[in-house]
Ligand binder design. Sequence first.
Ligand SMILES: C[S@@+](CC[C@H](N)C(=O)[O-])C[C@H]1O[C@@H](n2cnc3c(N)ncnc32)[C@H](O)[C@@H]1O
Length: 228
Amino acid sequence: MEEKQHIGQLFDRIAPTYDGLNHGLSLSIDRLWRRKTVTSMMPCKHVLDVAIGTADLAIEMLRQGKAEQVTGIDLSDQMMAIGKEKSEKRKANITFVHGNAQQMPFEDCSFDAVTCAFGCRNFQNLDEGLREMYRVLQPGGQVTILEFSYPSNRLLRALYDLYFTHMLPAIGRIVSKDKTAYTYLNKSVKSFCWGEAFAAHLRDAGFTDAQFKPLTGGIATIYTAVKR
Ligand SMILES: C[S@@+](CC[C@H](N)C(=O)[O-])C[C@H]1O[C@@H](n2cnc3c(N)ncnc32)[C@H](O)[C@@H]1O
């Protein structure tokens, strides 16, 4: 099976329990991270949210008035179906598009800003995904990315390892009833780059002014960069 199909199907399977597990397992800290991510965005008209999933980031940017309209792209129809339901309830101006972040069906320079929360580490090829974000962003626009990272404090690292290696896969398996999805998520978090290394990928894709801000001791990080 092609890798992108595999990822889409994996998220299709866990979609019904995704929001509940996210908020429950993080004690709702993920909501705070998304809020802070949106706070670091410049207000603009049309935002592309890559790997929109169940639309929490898109809904938050509309709530904070950082976007008038959001287009979201994702490989998982089931994740987007839940996002659509939430969006309709709130009458949020969000359009959902099925597609691959590494080959997006959008014109060059067609969005004022691009965002992505917890999506990049799932890309089969991170650099292709970042280059696509650069291509569809208009000059002067900002990319804002929220992703898991790795804490610098030793105690926090030990707790983080315990959580991602043992607790998350076990609880994820029980709640989502999926044997492999949360083991995959654990591996994808631990093998991914963060901090300066991620900022270097942003620069390689063409972005300038790459900055990053660790959250909650470095468990997650917000990255911003600009297309000049
Ligand atoms: C962990 S979820 C994050 C969803 C949402 N952004 C959030 O903040 O909760 C990752 C999402 O990335 C999507 N995804 C993974 N690889 C993708 C790709 N290459 N193109 C588009 N979407 C992708 C998955 O289908 C899933 O919905």
